[in-house]
Each structure stands twice: as structure tokens, then as C-alpha cells.
Design a protein around this ligand. Structure first.
Ligand code: UFG
Length: 330
């Protein structure tokens, strides 16, 4: 079976490609390398450098390769940037997906697994969050991801297309094989930023806000290992292949950790004191985000393997220690 992975040179995309190839799938990758890395591309995957907004290019890939299903990670994904440059998000995320769907429909490719986000919910009504809860994004990134979900929905009513949308909570960690990991430029995520301290790239970690209504005043998040996310994409593709109907699933561990708890766990893993400074809140951060992933467990048979925060941080630490500049210096 041949899977087209859009954004397969990015963080979650590259981990999914490694898992797909380990399980015997043939993989074709499309990535424009705007935020992905050539070095993150699995050596056994067929790689095309190009942009999903380019219809001719996408048509040529579907014509050359016999594609059975698509896994779609190709999108801009920084909350802060989406507020400064919303049109970039409309162009890359929405226009890109529109062109992709036109090309898929024209080439009779009828299955797509799509990377969505907890940011589609905005400020949650209930904890843990279930898939039927209100979706009211508080940033443009989440808004475009929600619109992409709706684009799949309406297209699936008009054409023979089925989709699975996976709403991830806080993706983190690195592949235990040590070959791939998280590398963003600029880095904005908590765990890689914390690990820059023991890696001698930063003097201290800033803790954004200490007056939230949580047990220690810092924000609570649901951290989920990237390999567990990768497995969920494969299960979702199998579900569609078995005739499953279009659906949306949350992906998280169902356990929340405060920012201070994450810093503490990183201190234990790295055996470094990791100084921290409490600063102002970061605009737009919800206080608590925890997923209910019962639906993914029940319907897809998903079982996260990395339940312990320290284990997750340990995989990240091994990657960052060995690759302090990500893929850039290699
Ligand atoms: N944080 C700090 N200091 C830092 C960086 C982050 O205290 O230097 C805090 C944040 O305020 C937040 C928590 O650590 O409370 C996690 O922040 P991240 O930036 O790592 O992740 P977010 O929860 O902001 O974002 C994640 C995904 C987004 C997604 C969002 C949904 O990365 O793609 O969840 O709300 F949109």
C-alpha cells in the first residue's frame, strides 16, 4: 500500500513516515522544506520537493505514483505567527488544502488523514475535552485548522472522499532510534526550550504566568509523544481502509502537567538544576488543556506507549543532546 505523506520532512510527519516504513508501507513524501528538513526524510521514501498549492505539481505526483491514501501534515503551525501574519495561514493551510482536495478528487484518491489541533477548541468548556465540545478558536492557526476540517466535511458529502481528523494536544519527544526529533526555527515549544538550558544554549527557562487557576498557578497541558501520534495516523488510515466513516479524534494522554511540573521532570531527567524565571502570561494561552482520547482508543484501538512524562522528556533529551542545532549542523 502506498501512502502520500504531505509535510513528511517536518516533526510529526517525519516520525509518521518512519513508523509507516517500519510497518511495510511504501511512502511518497511531498514537502516544500519551508519548515521541514531534507535530513528528516526517511532514506527509503520517495521524495518530491514542492508546494501543495501548486496544482500542476500535485497532479504530476498523483499521476506518477499510485497513491492509496494521503496523510496531510503540510501546514503552518505557529500560534504567535498566525496572529501576526494571518494571510500566510489562510494561504498555506486553507488554499493548500483546497488545491490538494481538487487534485485528490480528480485522481480518485478517496482517503485522507489530517493533522488537526486542540487549538480548534479555544478556551475549553469542559476538562477533559471531548470531540463534541464547542469549537471556538482563539487564534488564526486554530481557525484555519477548523476550516480545513470543514472543507473535508463538505467535500466528503459531494465526492467519494472519507477523512479522519486528528486533534493533537501537546506533541513532544523524539524517535527512540535517535535519527529524528523536534527541530523548529524559531523554537517556541516548552520542552525543547527547557532542554536548551542543560544544553548550554539558554541560561534559564521563562515560565509564562504564575497566576492561572491551577494547582501551582502555571498552565496545564496534555503532553503526548510524537511516536504515539504517528501510530494514531497509521491506525486512522487502517480504519479508513476498512471502510470507516469520516470522523474526528482527540489525541492526548489524558493527564495534565503544569509548566512547573514539566521543568521539574526535566531537572530529574537531565540532572541539571535548570534555573527558571517567572514572567508575564503569554497572550492567548488557555489555562488548562487536557484531552479525552477515549474515542480514539475505542474506535481506532489506539494505545499510547509513552504515558510517563519523564520517559517522553528522556527521548527528547537524547535527541537534543546529540543534535543541539537540530538538523542544521549536519
Ligand atoms: N511556556 C512557558 N515558557 C516557554 C514556552 C512555553 O512557560 O518558554 C508555556 C506556555 O505558556 C504553555 C505551555 O508552556 O502554557 C506549553 O506551551 P507550548 O508553546 O509548548 O505549547 P502550546 O500549549 O502553546 O501549544 C500547543 C501546540 C500548538 C497548539 C496548541 C493548542 O504546540 O500547535 O497547543 O492550544 F495550537
Amino acid at each position: 500500500m502506498r501512502i502520500l505523506v504531505l509535510g513528511g520532512a517536518g516533526y510529526i510527519g517525519s516520525h509518521t513516515v518512519y513508523e509507516l516504513i517500519d510497518e511495510g508501507y511504501e511512502v511518497v513524501i511531498v514537502d516544500n522544506l519551508q519548515t521541514g528538513f531534507r535530513k528528516a526524510v526517511h532514506p527509503e521514501a520517495v521524495f518530491y520537493e514542492g508546494d501543495i498549492r501548486n496544482r500542476k505539481f500535485m497532479d504530476s505526483v498523483f499521476e506518477k505514483e499510485h497513491i492509496d491514501g494521503v496523510i496531510h501534515f503540510a501546514a503552518s503551525s505557529q500560534v504567535g505567527e498566525s496572529m501576526r501574519d494571518p494571510l500566510k495561514y489562510y494561504s498555506n493551510n486553507l488554499c493548500g488544502t483546497e488545491v490538494l482536495l481538487e487534485s485528490m478528487v480528480a485522481h480518485h484518491v478517496d482517503k485522507i488523514v489530517f493533522s488537526s489541533t486542540a487549538a480548534t477548541y479555544g478556551e475549553p468548556e469542559n476538562i477533559p475535552i471531548v470531540e463534541t465540545d464547542r469549537t471556538l478558536p482563539t487564534n488564526c492557526y486554530g481557525e484555519t485548522k477548523l476550516s480545513m476540517e470543514k472543507m473535508f466535511h463538505w467535500t466528503s458529502l459531494a465526492h467519494p472522499l472519507r477523512f479522519v481528523s486528528l486533534r493533537y494536544f501537546n506533541a513532544c519527544g523524539a524517535h527512540p532510534n535517535g535519527k529524528i526529533g523536534e527541530a523548529h526555527n524559531p523554537e517556541t515549544h516548552l520542552i525543547p526550550l527547557i532542554l536548551q538550558v542543560p544544553n548550554n544554549q539558554r541560561e534559564y527557562i521563562s515560565i509564562f504566568g504564575n497566576d492561572y487557576d491551577t494547582k501551582d498557578g502555571t498552565c496545564v497541558r496534555d503532553y503526548i509523544h510524537v511516536n504515539d501520534l504517528a501510530q494514531a495516523h497509521i491506525l486512522a488510515m487502517k480504519y479508513l481502509c476498512d471502510g470507516g466513516e469520516s470522523s474526528i479524534f482527540n489525541l492526548g494522554n489524558g493527564v495534565g502537567f503544569t509548566v512547573k511540573e514539566v521543568v521539574e521532570a526535566a531537572r530529574r531527567v537531565t540532572k541539571h538544576p535548570i534555573p527558571a524565571k517567572e514572567e508575564e502570561r503569554r497572550a492567548g494561552d488557555p489555562s488548562t488543556l487536557i484531552a479525552s482520547s477515549e474515542k480514539a482508543k475505542r474506535v481506532l484501538g489506539w494505545k499510547p506507549q509513552y504515558a510517563e512524562l519523564e520517559t517522553i522528556i528522556d527521548t527528547a533529551w537524547k535527541w537534543h543532546k546529540a543534535h543541539p542545532d537540530g538538523y542544521q549542523a549536519e
